[in-house]
Design a protein around this ligand. Structure first.
Ligand code: AMP
Length: 279
């Protein structure tokens, strides 16, 4: 497995692979890898001849008061996990390699980013789209793998790829959870023992929502009210949002039906966690 930090090195290797007729699978990440990331890499390993993973804490997708500086990093552990899975190349650039002096071009989106995380993180998706677009141009993959854990991001990337005619298949992968239900996240490391226990309220609300839909619930409002009531039982939890939206347009819906995304963001102490299910 190679670990490279420049765009030129990625291009040279990918071109050599393409000359041999090999397909490229790509998994973009911010590192501090866990089994959620590993599931995307394993999926890429199965579907493509070569697997490229990027590890880049992208400054552009963090708001001013967010956790860019404290975001956890551990390249050695990440490299070990990638090696075990059979990743062929890790791209780990410095911010200056991605954003040279004078950088002033962005990929912005008018739809899909007004609700959910876009509401409370106004610059987030512009940063995500810009960096993913750049990474797609650098890696030129056949397939790229994203987790349903960040369901709005998955919808946004699918839309961007379609709108901008990027010839890349976007593969969505299911949420990987801890044994007790908490969705795996690099940010779970911020939680102390008491908060870690309190954080289970997110998956409890997801499982409750899934059960109610399974029992035939069709009113988005009633479903959201029930899920919020479950979350509010936990004193350490503060709801950012619980919403039901179309997975395609990320616009609010009134009726729960196929392809509706029920998503939430909840602060546990100062840590903002997300979870969701798709009907
Ligand atoms: P991040 O490093 O948090 O930017 O995540 C990189 C990729 O891993 C994104 O496509 C995430 O959706 C995905 N991911 C993160 N956590 C999980 C999880 N628990 N299950 C599945 N995919 C995940």
């Amino acid at each position: 497995m190679q670990i490279v930090s420049t765009v030129a090195e990625v291009r040279t290797q990918v071109k050599a692979w393409k000359r041999e007729g090999l397909t490229i699978g790509f998994v973009p990440t911010m590192g501090y890898l866990h089994e959620g990331h590993a599931s995307l890499m394993k999926c890429a390993r199965e579907r493509c001849d070569k697997v490229v993973a990027s590890i880049f804490v992208n400054p552009m997708q963090f708001g001013e008061n967010e956790d860019l500086d404290s975001y956890p990093r551990d390249l050695d552990a990440d490299a070990k996990l990638c090696e075990e899975i059979g990743v062929d190349l890790i791209f780990h650039p410095e911010p200056g390699e991605m954003y040279e002096d004078g950088f002033c071009s962005f990929v912005d989106m008018n739809g899909l980013t007004k609700e959910l995380c876009g509401k409370s993180r106004p610059v987030h998706f512009r940063g995500v789209c810009t960096v993913v677009c750049k990474l797609f141009h650098i890696v030129t993959p056949d397939c790229a793998f994203f987790g349903q854990k960040d369901a709005q991001q998955l919808a946004v990337i699918r839309r961007m790829t379609k709108d901008l005619n990027m010839d890349i298949e976007i593969v969505g992968c299911p949420i990987v959870r801890e044994a007790d239900g908490l969705a795996k996240s690099s940010r779970n490391t911020y939680l102390n023992e008491e908060e870690r226990r309190a954080a289970l309220v997110l998956s409890r609300a997801v499982f409750l929502g899934q059960r109610l839909v399974g029992e035939g619930a069709t009113s988005a409002e009633a479903l959201i009210t029930a899920m919020k009531a479950e979350i509010e039982k936990e004193p350490l939890a503060r709801i950012d949002y619980v919403e039901a939206v179309s997975m395609e347009t990320v616009e609010k819906v009134e009726t729960i039906e196929k392809n509706v995304l029920v998503a939430m963001a909840v602060f546990i102490g100062t840590t903002r966690l997300i979870d969701n299910f798709i009907v």
